[in-house]
Design a binder for this molecule. Structure first.
Ligand SMILES: [Fe+2]
Ligand SMILES: [Fe+2]
Length: 150
């Protein structure tokens, strides 16, 4: 198996913050492939699982918040799939504690499928919708922004 490279044609959701967050998932998948080469190093998989947990919480919250803010009509579909992802990560954590055989492969297949079925299909559907609301490639949701008047 090999990693996947972020590709503008396939993966661009046309919103800077969300593209950056999606690219982090590609990095995590790459880390997973690297870790596969040295399966005796169990701590590497623990680090990846922790990264994945943190990442997914941040990303799914940011994505849902933005879609909710602009009343995206297919938000429920997003929420349902996101819930399944979070559940899957919990399952992986349990499998890790139980030393499940072939967990690396199962995780890699799951992440590859998520990229193909969720990011490339479900997430890409909101690109034009958000752009029409003024949320663009350049947009980053800054937590605080102050105009400096001299
Ligand atoms: Fe999503
Ligand atoms: Fe996403």
């Amino acid at each position: 198996m090999s990693g996947i490279i972020w590709n503008k044609m396939k993966h661009d959701v046309k919103v800077k913050l969300l593209n950056e967050q999606h690219r982090k998932l590609f990095d995590i998948l790459k880390e997973l492939y690297n870790a596969m080469e040295d399966k005796s190093n169990k701590s590497a998989l623990r680090v990846i699982l922790n990264d994945l947990s943190l990442y997914i919480k941040q990303h799914l919250e940011a994505e849902e918040a933005l879609l909710q803010k602009y009343a995206y009509p297919d938000l429920e579909e997003q929420r349902e799939q996101h819930k399944l992802f979070i559940k899957k990560i919990e399952d992986f954590k349990n499998d890790f504690e139980n030393n499940k055989f072939m967990l690396y492969f199962e995780m890699a297949i799951f992440l590859k499928n998520w990229i193909a079925n969720h990011i490339e299909e479900i997430d890409k559907k909101y690109a034009d919708f958000l752009n029409a609301k003024g949320i663009y490639q350049q947009h980053t949701e800054l937590p605080f922004c102050r105009l400096v008047i001299k």
